[in-house]
Design a protein around this ligand. Structure first.
Ligand code: HEC
Length: 124
């Protein structure tokens, strides 16, 4: 009796975490974005986060401007996200994130930014 109870419990736990995992992936990238990117790029990605002041030498990219975002390939974006602005001859105001976020998070962020611009990258 004891045995079967714990099996049922385990089975319940498994189905519970399976049910959670799909929406969690979508929610997670939003959280990563809000946590690390929104202070500059804005919650909606318009480049108007609370961190941006008049002393910013360049405006953070507005991710909703398809015209600008189309010029970047997915690989370009991932590079800038991981290695920072200067890696693409852009401003060091765009920090490097490779020590902070995972490759998988960076890939998810690129997809997320494509949704914000509703555009495709150069060469894709
Ligand atoms: C401290 C402010 C700041 C934060 C935080 C920040 N960025 Fe940026 N980001 C910038 C600025 C400023 C630019 C514009 C750089 C330029 O055009 O020279 C930029 C540009 C970009 C670009 C476009 C680069 C290009 O080649 O045009 C991408 C993509 C980007 N950021 C993604 C992100 C992501 C994803 C995050 C979160 C993981 C993030 N940024 C966090 C300031 C920030």
């Amino acid at each position: 009796m004891k045995m079967s109870k714990s099996i049922i419990y385990t089975a319940l736990l498994c189905s519970f975490s399976l049910a959670l995992s799909a929406p969690a992936a979508a929610a997670k990238v939003e959280q990563v974005f809000k946590f690390y990117c929104a202070q500059c790029h804005g919650l909606e990605g318009k480049g108007d986060g609370p961190n941006v002041s008049k002393t910013f030498p360049v405006d953070p990219r507005n991710f909703t401007k398809a015209k600008e975002m189309e010029k970047l390939s997915d690989a370009d974006m991932k590079n800038v996200i991981m290695d920072g602005g200067p890696s693409a001859s852009k401003s060091p105001m765009m920090p490097p994130w490779s020590k902070t976020i995972s490759e998988a998070d960076a890939d998810a962020l690129v997809k997320y930014l494509r949704k914000l611009c509703n555009c495709k990258g150069k060469g894709s």
